[in-house]
Design a protein around this ligand. Structure first.
Ligand code: HSE
Length: 294
């Protein structure tokens, strides 16, 4: 049996649109076994068929090698909530490429797998952090992908505020402008660099200033009920940083790991809103995807 564990990730990290991501110890676990027919088992009935993203990805990679996959039993254990900005679909694509490579006889290098998953997913941020773990930055140019892993900051807690409504990445990208001003580009560039420097040095007091963004958050805010109010409330309660996780709608909070009251206080506030928000403390994952043949 092939078992692939892929961590959740939060992409963008404020001004790092499409570039940065951080992975967490919250996993989608995929198992693959030879079977007499295609059988897909997951918590989502609508995906237990050929339209499953894991299977579709596998099939695509097989086709690129001129082959079709043999029947398999695929089990998807999903702890990562779907369409919430925590990289769930990227985990399916990564698992699909890894499984295809395994059943094709390991013809791809790790870099080939990584690059193929990015080609299928479209953006490098989530895939990079999920594959290699930790805090990552990445770029695509001329068909190649380049990435670096940074030291994960010590001394802060990551808390995800996850609403009961979903937001499709496709919709969250459609609201973005096709072009931005030079002023906004420079704003993000400068904030992103200083934010990374502050994170790397655990200089948490400056994060609020450096986490500002002009490329995606404000455009997406109308798609996330109470986005600005929640972000402001988190800051009022002492958060180091509070921002849209990936394309949303989850709001991520970086905060003092010794603050034992933050979650109770934000809970009281979130309970006054019309949607239901779940508060989840997440530990940073530094290992990335784990592949086991059992
Ligand atoms: N960087 C991507 C976005 C993450 O914000 O749209 C979701 O794939």
């Amino acid at each position: 049996m092939l078992k692939i564990s892929v961590p959740a990730s939060s992409a963008n990290l404020g001004p790092g649109f499409d570039v940065l991501a951080l992975s967490f110890k919250l996993y989608n676990i995929f198992t693959f076994e030879k079977n007499d027919k295609l059988e897909i088992i997951s918590d989502f009935e609508e995906y237990n068929n050929e339209n499953n993203l894991v299977y579709k990805t596998m099939k695509q990679v097989f086709e690129e090698f001129g082959k079709t996959p043999s029947p398999l039993k695929i089990n998807v254990g999903s702890d990562i909530p779907l369409s919430r900005g925590l990289g769930s679909s990227a985990t399916c694509i990564l698992a699909g490429v890894i499984a295809a490579n395994y059943y094709l006889g390991n013809k791809m290098t790790n870099y080939d797998i990584y690059k193929k998953a990015i080609e299928i997913e479209g953006h490098c941020d989530n895939i990079t952090s999920q594959f290699y773990g930790g805090l990552s930055m990445s770029l695509k140019e001329n068909g190649e992908v380049y990435y670096k892993k940074m030291n994960v900051p010590k001394g802060m807690k990551c808390t995800a505020l996850i609403p009961d409504f979903t937001l499709e990445t496709k919709i969250a990208r459609e609201v973005l402008p096709k072009e931005v001003t030079m002023q906004d580009a420079v704003f993000n560039l400068s904030h992103c660099l200083l934010m990374l420097n502050a994170l790397e040095n655990s200089n948490f007091k400056d994060l609020k200033l450096f986490f500002k963004d002009k490329l995606h958050q404000d455009y997406r805010a109308p798609l996330v009920n109470n986005f600005h109010e929640i972000v402001n409330k988190a800051y009022e309660l002492g958060a180091y940083a509070s921002f849209l996780s990936g394309a949303g709608p989850t709001i991520m909070v970086f905060r003092d790991e010794n603050d034992k009251e933050f979650n109770d206080k934000i809970r009281l506030y979130l309970d006054t809103l019309k949607d239901k928000w779940t508060i989840v403390d997440l530990e940073i994952d530094n290992d990335g995807t784990i592949i086991e043949v059992i």
